[in-house]
Design a protein around this ligand. Structure first.
Ligand code: URA
Length: 272
């Protein structure tokens, strides 16, 4: 058998290419290393039916509620409790910065709170900070942000007359899609931000933001371009328009025409 010795640099390059750009500790950890482990023994597994589904040779006892679900529930509750007594954006920013219930904070360089004009009636909600936002601590300052600025300018908006924030205030390592548990834990902070700013219009950028805010599970191509509603805690509603995420538009410029149509919809609505 041929073996190849890789240098440390080659190994690190390999990890970066695979999307791993942060370390969380000295020891590796995962599903197979601790309590409640799931050992999938492919060699000794039995083929259960013609659909090629393999069953583990040892039966796995799954608790009714996993430890992760319990931690997530209590972190969600903690975030909701914190938000209950908050009345200003400054208090909320401090609470988010001091919150320890989301593991993303461990790998992030900055907490990226919302930015722009908190008096505005127009709010844009993205997914999560990327590498540039994490480095600088301000939402949408990287390539996606530059495109967003151009899109805003095309309908007479800028960061002085709208407010911009994200579902998550911390960057997921390697820009991976946020986990449902991370979204659930951070959502009370976003909802409080909406209650304090009380926008009349919310434009969600990308599927994650629309689905999280509206508590649905639809594809962005199905959601975009339609006005929907979000109920604020005072019972009043904000009109919600879902559109594509600028990062998606950078990858798929052919979709820009649809985003332009969405932004024109917003323009018509705010210039009535
Ligand atoms: N993508 C987002 O969703 N938000 C940012 O702040 C930057 C990139």
């Amino acid at each position: 058998m041929m073996t190849t010795q890789l240098s440390v640099k080659e190994i690190l390059d390999w990890y970066i290419a695979a999307g791993v750009d942060a370390t969380c500790g000295e020891e590796p950890f995962g599903l197979s290393s601790s309590e409640g482990k799931i050992n999938i023994d492919i060699k000794n597994s039995e083929k259960t039916n013609e659909k090629n589904i393999y069953q583990t040779s040892q039966s796995v006892v799954r608790p009714a509620t996993t430890a992760l679900a319990q931690v997530t529930n209590s972190a969600c509750q903690n975030a909701k409790d914190l938000c209950a007594s908050i009345t200003s954006l400054e208090e909320l920013r401090e609470a988010v910065e001091n919150f320890e219930g989301c593991a993303l904070k461990l790998t992030a360089a900055h907490t990226v709170f919302g930015g722009g004009n908190p008096q505005s009636k127009i709010m844009f909600v993205g997914e999560a900070p990327g590498a540039d936002e994490d480095r600088i601590g301000i939402p949408f300052v990287g390539r996606s942000g530059h495109l967003l600025d151009k899109m805003l300018a095309s309908i007479g908006l800028d960061r002085e007359n709208c407010y911009i924030c994200n579902i998550l205030p911390w960057r997921p390592p390697g820009n991976r899609t946020p986990l449902d548990s991370e979204v659930a834990v951070c959502l009370p902070f976003l909802k409080k931000q909406i209650d304090i700013i009380s926008p009349d219009y919310i434009i969600t950028l990308g599927g994650s933001a629309a689905n999280a805010l509206l508590d649905i599970n639809e594809s962005i191509s199905h959601l975009r371009g339609k006005w929907m509603e979000y109920q604020k805690s005072d019972g009043k509603t904000a009109k919600v328009l879902a559109s594509f995420h600028p990062a998606y538009l950078l990858r798929s410029p052919g979709q820009k025409a649809k985003s332009w149509a969405d932004f024109l919809r917003l323009y018509k609505e705010i210039n009535l």
